[in-house]
Design a protein around this ligand. Structure first.
Ligand code: HEM
Length: 195
């Protein structure tokens, strides 16, 4: 799907707030995660494999959320799970997979990831005009979901890996990239001077 047609998607939007994490802070965060230039190469390799199968991947992840009522609750109003909300987020989630696999981790990327963090916290529901859903995604589940998002991509990567070492390199790079996202998003949940 062309990014211009994804409602609510704002990567590169100059009206987003300036990122709180500047280039030095990002370099330090990447260093803390051992996220190297080799990982960027592995992410690009993963992009080439996963790109055509993002929808299948989302089926797995949405299946996971949908089968755990305490997760699905974040998408529910008193009338039950909100299908429009789920569908609109799904389109942006697919783009996030592609953006993460091709990220340069530069200021525009960081600015949008800080926005994605806010959308899980104080800015939840606003993008899609949802009324009656919980006002925040509990942060403990955001952290916990890193594991299934990491584990379940492995068979997809395996389908295009050259060998076991290549698979491992792509899988570890993906874990670091997801953790980098969640580390940035944590800023929406903590005091500014604690991020
Ligand atoms: C590693 C963990 C997670 C990842 C990678 C992730 C990824 C994403 C992405 C990419 C979006 C769309 C962002 C955009 O608007 O462009 C999103 C939105 C959303 N996510 Fe997550 N998420 C995670 C954890 C969770 C958990 C645990 C829940 C709880 C069920 C959750 C519920 C939601 C909801 C409700 C939205 C829509 C927020 C809004 O109203 O804008 N997420 N997530």
């Amino acid at each position: 799907m062309a990014t211009a047609t994804i409602p609510g998607y704002r990567m590169g939007d100059p009206t987003l707030p300036e990122p709180a994490l500047d280039e030095t802070a990002m370099a330090d965060l990447r260093a803390a995660l051992l996220l190297s230039d080799d990982d960027l190469v592995a992410l690009r390799d993963a992009a080439a494999i996963v790109d055509a199968r993002v929808d299948e991947l989302l089926d797995v992840w949405y299946g996971f959320v949908g089968s755990h009522p305490f997760l699905l609750e974040s998408f529910a109003t008193p009338d039950g799970p909100n299908a429009d909300y789920l569908a609109r987020v799904r389109a942006r989630f697919g783009q996030w997979v592609r953006d993460t696999l091709s990220a340069d981790f530069g200021p525009a990327w960081v600015a949008y990831q800080e926005e994605v963090g806010r959308r899980h916290a104080a800015g939840k529901n606003a993008t899609d005009g949802v009324v009656g859903a919980p006002e925040v995604v509990p942060f403990r589940y955001v952290v916990a979901l890193v594991y299934p998002i990491y584990a379940t991509i492995r068979p997809f990567l395996a389908s295009g890996a050259r060998d076991e070492a290549h698979l491992e390199a792509m899988h570890q790079a993906w874990l670091k990239a997801v953790l980098l996202n969640v580390a940035i998003w944590s800023g929406a949940y903590v005091r500014d001077d604690w991020r």
